[in-house]
Structure formats: structure tokens, C-alpha cells
Design a protein. Structure first.
Length: 507
């Protein structure tokens, strides 16, 4: 059987930003009547490739062909006019307008300059029927669920005579029933001959919906595969860029065996969950214990941490701290119970860059006391200098603006902020991402020291080496479900961990 010509070909695509080579000589092709998944971890280049394709970025080198003809898009409007429509993870429609208005905004049927409302509503109904959706198209978009809004965005996209439909994380906020409804729509569009680029972090969804998969890593294309020809383990291994044989050789800490841990529990979650965020999970963390969270990007690691910290509200299950039930209404409740969270994004969710090192470090302590009871300046100076010295923060001047510090030292400031509150449970979400090797080693040693002193630590990292080296137990997440809990003993190595991530079943 002769393979049809691709509708889209991208050849030798390169794109650089100051100090970063986002894409390097990437090839990509998309065929009509197929769903093509684009996979890769954070920073792999997926978003940059899509933005190059859709006219957000100009390419530095390479060639794009659409339907066999050279194409170069100066803006998203140019790409849309050429037949490339994109539906983003965050639905970029107008919630205050009706469903019909959102579908045809800017393209309303008019006569003598006036919008033909009955005609527009009829066309909207016809479009949505194609997507198996029955709603009152005259109602405001805001009155409908995220799943309905996604389908409305797709209806708008396919009405613009799209040859290529780009779906960027379309299922991130959908429950399983809504995902299946969306997949029926996608399969229908594929069977009608549309070429669909599907970007997702959910492995099972990729295997359920895609015909072909391209994997990017560190800005380069690793390979293109028929999805039916690659195993889940091979896909995960390809994404992470490590061969299983090499991963087996990663060092762990056998002397830190969890067999002797019989310490009191600090936090126990029982069937804790949040719809469209993470499925109900149960997890216990004890004094002096490091529990690692392992899983691919988008597996639910951060969502689990946010529920334990009260940053998100659970809609099922319960939490107990020290054996006493607690309603985690807010981070302030968690802080009062001795739980601290260093978030993944230190710049947007952690540090206040315009404040000094001192002001950033005392922030959580001051918040726990309330602004009516300021921490005396003398006490501030004592605590700040103690932790600057203990964590070897450079520069050591507490009055330097935190924005002027390196990434590693900024991370240490964030750690100092929470250590100063003397938490019972310290949650570290990607504490070593984006920092140099020396700072990374210091933070890893700090985790060991804290746990040896009795502190409970929940350690989240995309790097299997870190998880294996530091954790007593490892909770494995996949597609926003806690699928396995492994004791980090001699029987657990990187191959076991990788296979568990890939299959969702502990071996």
C-alpha cells in the first residue's frame, strides 16, 4: 500500500533564543487522516515547534511545506488562513459571549452590515452536531463545562477550513468521560481526512488515540514511530534519554534502608482527590522519612503536593496530621500544622524578586504570625544570618535583592524561608531543577540531613537518579493516578522504576 504524501512537512527546523537552542535541525511530518502525537519532557521543544508552525515564532533555519508548497507564517492569523488551526490547553475564547458568537467571532454572517443571528445559530448547531454536542448555542459560553468549551473551540477551528488541527494538551482539565467524548470527536475528524497534531503528557491517551508519535528531547527529534510499534517502556525511555542498562547503574543509598523505620506518622492522606486534577490517592509519610514522587511531567506530582498543602481544595477523602483529622482549607492551615511547600516555579510561585534575601526568608514566618505581630528586626537578622550560613547562600549580604542571585542560590533562599518555620513535613517540588551541579549536590545533602534529624520530606523530581538516591519509599504516579508505592530496597532499581512508570503496575 502506497503511503500518501504528507500534508505538512517541517525539515531542518532550528530556533534559538538568547542563551538557549530551543530547536536544532528538527524534522516533522503530518499526514492527512491521522492523529500524530508529539511527546517529550519539559524543555524538549514541543511548544517551540508548535509556535514555529503556527506563526508565533519565525524560524532561524529550515523549511515548512503545506500541501506540497513552501509556507512561512508571519503570524497566527497567517497560519490560520493557510488552514492550520490550534486549540490550546487554556481555551482562548470569550466566556461572556454566546456559544454561537464564539464559533463565528470575526466571521459572523452579515447582510447589509448586520449580523444574521438566525443563520449564525443554525450554522453553529450544525457544526456542533458534527461533534456530537447538543447545547443551546444562544447561551453564554461561561455557563458550560470546560469539556464543552473545548469542543466549541474545536468547532471554531474546523469551521475555518482547517487542513491541520493542532490540539495542545486538550485533555488536561477533563474527566475520563469527557476525554472519551473528545476522542470520539477526534476519531471522527481523522476519519474525515483531517490531519491532527495531538500534544499530551498522558501516555495511555497517546496510545489510545494516536496513529504515529514523534519524540523530542533537548530540542532535537529523537525519532518518529508508529504508535502500535513502540512499547510504553521504550517510549518513556526515549523521552527521558536514558537507556535502561545505564539507568540500572545509578547509585542508591542501601545503608538508608527503610526496614528499620517505625517512626510516628506525620501526614496520612486517605482517598484524597480532586476532580480533573488527580484521582483519589492514599499516602502516609512518617518522621525522618523521605518519600519520593516519581512520574513523567503531567503525571500529577505537583497536584498531589498542592492538595497536601491546601493550595488546592480536595473534593474527596481526608487528611490527618499527627493522627488528628485536619480540613486543609488553605496553605495557612497547612502551615499551622507544620507543613511547608517549596513550589516548582521559584520565580512565579515562590520568591518575590523585588524583595531582599532577608525579606524573602522571613516571609513565611511573618505570614504564620499575622501582619499585626511583626517579627522583630533583631530576630529577623539572627535567623536570616543563621540560614545564610547553614545553606551557604551567596552573596551572604541579606540586603541584596533576590533577583540578583543565581538560580541555585535563589532555591536556597526559598528553602531557608520554609526551614525557618521548623516544619514537620517539608514538600520539595523539583528543588534542583535549573541549578548547577554544585548547588544540586548541596540541596541533596540537605535533604538527607533534614530527614536524619527527624523531619519528614516529600521529594518530587523528574530525575530518577535523585529519587532513587534520596528516598526511603517511592510513590509512582502516571496519568494523574498513584499507581504504585515501592520500598527503595535492593530489589528496586532504575529499570523497575522505569517499567512501573511506563506500565502503571509495580513488578
Amino acid at each position: 500500500m502506497v503511503e500518501p504524501a504528507p500534508i505538512l512537512t517541517m525539515t531542518g527546523i532550528s530556533k534559538a533564543f538568547p542563551g538557549v537552542k530551543a530547536l536544532s535541525d528538527v524534522d516533522f511530518r503530518l499526514f492527512p487522516g491521522e492523529v500524530h502525537a508529539l511527546m517529550g519532557e519539559n524543555g524538549a521543544g514541543k511548544s517551540t515547534l508548535v509556535k514555529v508552525l503556527t506563526g508565533v515564532y519565525e524560524i532561524d533555519a529550515g523549511r515548512i511545506e503545506l500541501a506540497g508548497r513552501p509556507a512561512r507564517f508571519g503570524s497566527p492569523i497567517d497560519a490560520q488562513r493557510a488552514g492550520i488551526s490550534t486549540v490550546y490547553q487554556e481555551v482562548n475564547l470569550c466566556p461572556n459571549l454566546s456559544v454561537a458568537e464564539n464559533i463565528f467571532i470575526g466571521r459572523e454572517p452579515r447582510r447589509w452590515g448586520r449580523i444574521q443571528w438566525p443563520q449564525m445559530r443554525r450554522r453553529a448547531i450544525t457544526l456542533l452536531e458534527r461533534l456530537e454536542l447538543e447545547v443551546d448555542v444562544s447561551t453564554d459560553l461561561a455557563d458550560h463545562s470546560i469539556a464543552v468549551q473545548q469542543l466549541v473551540a474545536i468547532a471554531r477551528a474546523i469551521d475555518i477550513s482547517a487542513q491541520v488541527l493542532v490540539l495542545d494538551e486538550p485533555t488536561s482539565s477533563l474527566d475520563p468521560g469527557e476525554v472519551e467524548q473528545l476522542f470520539r470527536v477526534i476519531r471522527g475528524l481523522r476519519d474525515d481526512g483531517m490531519a491532527i497534531l495531538f500534544i499530551s503528557h498522558f501516555i495511555e491517551q497517546v496510545f489510545a488515540i494516536s496513529d504515529r508519535t514523534t519524540v523530542l528531547r533537548n530540542g532535537r527529534r529523537v525519532g518518529e514511530y508508529r504508535t502500535s510499534d513502540i512499547t510504553r517502556v521504550d517510549l518513556v525511555t526515549t523521552m527521558l534519554g536514558e537507556e535502561l542498562k545505564a539507568l540500572v547503574e545509578l547509585e542508591s543509598s542501601p545503608e538508608r534502608s527503610p526496614e528499620d523505620l517505625r517512626s510516628p506518622e506525620v501526614v496520612r492522606a486517605d482517598r484524597l482527590g480532586r476532580k480533573s486534577s488527580i484521582e483519589p490517592f492514599s499516602l502516609t509519610i512518617r518522621e525522618g522519612e523521605v518519600v519520593g514522587l516519581a512520574g513523567l511531567l503531567g503525571s500529577g506530582r505537583t497536584e498531589l503536593a498542592r492538595l497536601l498543602f491546601g493550595a488546592d481544595h480536595a473534593d474527596s477523602g481526608s487528611v490527618a496530621v499527627g493522627g488528628t483529622p485536619v480540613t486543609m482549607r488553605s496553605p495557612r492551615v497547612a502551615m499551622a500544622k507544620g507543613i511547608a511547600l517549596c513550589p516548582e516555579s521559584r520565580k512565579t510561585q515562590g520568591l518575590v524578586e523585588d524583595l531582599t534575601i532577608r525579606e524573602n526568608i522571613v516571609l513565611a514566618l511573618q505570614a504564620s504570625r499575622g501582619w499585626a505581630r511583626p517579627v522583630p528586626r533583631k530576630r529577623q537578622d539572627e535567623l536570616v544570618l543563621k540560614y545564610i550560613g547553614a545553606l551557604r547562600i551567596q552573596p551572604a549580604d541579606p540586603e541584596v535583592a533576590v533577583r540578583n542571585l543565581s538560580g541555585g542560590n535563589q532555591q536556597k533562599v526559598l528553602l531557608a524561608r520554609w526551614l525557618i518555620t521548623e516544619p514537620r513535613l517539608l514538600i520539595l517540588d523539583e528543588p534542583t531543577r535549573g541549578i548547577d551541579v554544585g548547588a544540586k549536590a548541596e540541596i541533596q545533602r540537605l535533604v538527607v540531613t533534614l530527614s536524619s534529624g527527624g523531619m519528614a520530606v516529600l521529594f518530587i523530581s523528574a530525575e530518577l537518579e535523585e529519587v532513587l538516591r534520596l528516598s526511603h519509599r517511592i510513590a509512582v504516579l502516571r496519568d494523574r493516578r498513584l499507581v504504585a508505592e515501592l520500598v527503595n530496597d535492593d530489589q528496586v532499581d532504575a529499570s523497575v522504576l522505569m517499567e512501573t512508570i511506563a506500565s502503571g503496575v509495580s513488578s
